[in-house]
Design a protein around this ligand. Structure first.
Ligand code: DGL
Length: 269
């Protein structure tokens, strides 16, 4: 047996939105120990510069690798994936697998021939970084895509505003945008958005395929761990959830994202 197999999987996001990905991972890999880090002190990442997000991301990655001994890292945030994935991969020099949330979604979209015109909604930084656009264009030039920055959605969801009049108005304002008028599918390119997937689906009367990365990324991670022979064979150890700034409201909101109550530990880096 390889000792690395029993090490945990590190997952990080700017806040607690990445818990939607962590939850999907816990379903697909129930015996793995997860160490989650939400950088709540620096949230939102969605309007920060690429350089700053890279600085935050490498600190978190080092915490997960050096202190928590993680065997793989999942960047459970589109903004950090767009801004810092390649930087992290270069800095970590292949030490452990690093998985982002963008590439598995690109793979999924290009393999589905029923998708002809895909919309992408995300934070300002994710849209401005152009990573989805560049990868889709390169991998499938015939595919049409339209993008829209929807910066109010993540803070709104993080505050727990998900099923009320305000959230409905904000969402409709964005989805009625002419950029998105001819799409047949929509990528929720922010790990917070699965929380309003039902409302988005209802807006389109179930006529648009709504794509969120949580399950696709979890399946990809499983494949990588199998390929690298890193799947745990031992008994499940307790997951740990860290944030850079603890608040009661974060802890209460976690239940919405993770499906069950979790205790957050404050860990400044
Ligand atoms: N969860 C992050 C993402 O997937 C966005 C939230 C933020 O702006 O920090 O893009």
């Amino acid at each position: 047996m390889d000792a690395r197999q029993e090490k945990p999987i590190g997952i990080f996001d700017s806040g607690i939105g990445g818990l939607t990905v962590a939850h999907a991972i816990s379903k697909v890999l129930p015996d793995e120990q997860l160490i989650y880090y939400g950088d709540t002190a620096h949230l939102p990442y969605g309007d920060k510069s690429l350089g700053l997000i890279q600085e935050y991301s490498i600190k978190i990655a080092k915490f997960l690798i050096e202190e928590k001994k993680c065997k793989a890292i999942v960047i459970a945030c589109n903004t950090a994936s767009a801004a810092a994935y390649e930087y992290l991969r270069d800095e970590l020099k292949g030490l452990i697998p690093v998985i982002n949330v963008i590439d598995p979604m690109i793979e999924y979209v290009i393999q589905h021939n029923s998708i002809h015109h895909v919309g992408i909604i995300a934070t300002k930084t994710t849209i401005a970084a152009g990573v989805y656009q560049e990868k889709l264009k390169r991998r499938k030039p015939s595919l049409l895509f339209s993008t829209l920055a929807t910066p109010l959605l993540a803070p709104m969801i993080e505050e727990g505003f998900v099923h009320n009049r305000i959230s409905q108005t904000v969402l409709e304002e964005y989805l009625n945008h002419k950029e998105l008028s001819a799409i047949d599918s929509l990528i929720l390119a922010c790990t917070h958005y699965p929380l309003i997937k039902k409302e988005i689906d209802a807006f389109y009367n179930q006529q648009v395929l709504i794509l969120d990365s949580a399950e696709i990324v979890a399946a990809k991670l499983k494949k990588i761990l199998e390929h690298e022979r890193l799947i745990s064979l031992g008994t499940k150890r307790k997951d740990q959830f860290y944030v850079s700034d603890w608040s009661r409201s974060f802890e209460e909101t976690t239940k919405v994202f993770y499906g069950e109550k979790i205790d957050l530990i404050e860990q400044k880096l």
